[in-house]
Ligand binder design. Sequence first.
Ligand code: URA
Length: 210
Amino acid sequence: MSEHLTVVTHPLVQHKLTLMREKETSTAVFRQLLREISQLLAYEVTRELDMTTKHIETPIQAMDAPVLAGKKLALISILRAGNGLLDGVLELIPLARVGFVGLYRDEKTLQPVQYYFKVPTELEDRLVIAVDPMLATGNSSVAAIDLLKEAGAKNIRFLCLLAAPEGIARMKEAHPDVPIVTAAVDEKLNEHGYIVPGLGDAGDRMFGTK
Ligand code: URA
């Protein structure tokens, strides 16, 4: 991808995002919408995958038809909210390998603390798509990408649902080589590091923990 930031303005994405933002939206509906929206975002983040052709026969005649070049893909969920995006993306790309980076945000310092890291082998040969619904301060996203690069990843994309200008700037500074795909860029962060207007705590909303 050539752009550092891609905002997916498709009407279906925007409509579903609005429903997700509403505070009255139930956990079940939120989760379903996240699944649907993640597939639409996956469509965008994979738009420029390498293609090749395969010789096939249709019921009418033979042809060389386009297929994915088979470049190895790895989806990396940044726990725990990343799992909400992961499910939908995996439905669209079932052959992708999957990894997990566990980071929690220290509520006082807002700094990420690592508690889990398990990723597929040969990361250096794969297109790595890191998923996390909320790009807020950017601290955990930057830390997760740092870890993925340390593990060998060279071709990384970051997929989120909502981004704050602060997080985008932080990612651009730390990882200018990592394109970001998001459904919206919101106004700002509040004093607690939440995206405004945002949708609240994505993990709590998708898992019903509050
Ligand atoms: N994480 C969330 O879940 N929501 C925010 O607004 C910011 C970080």
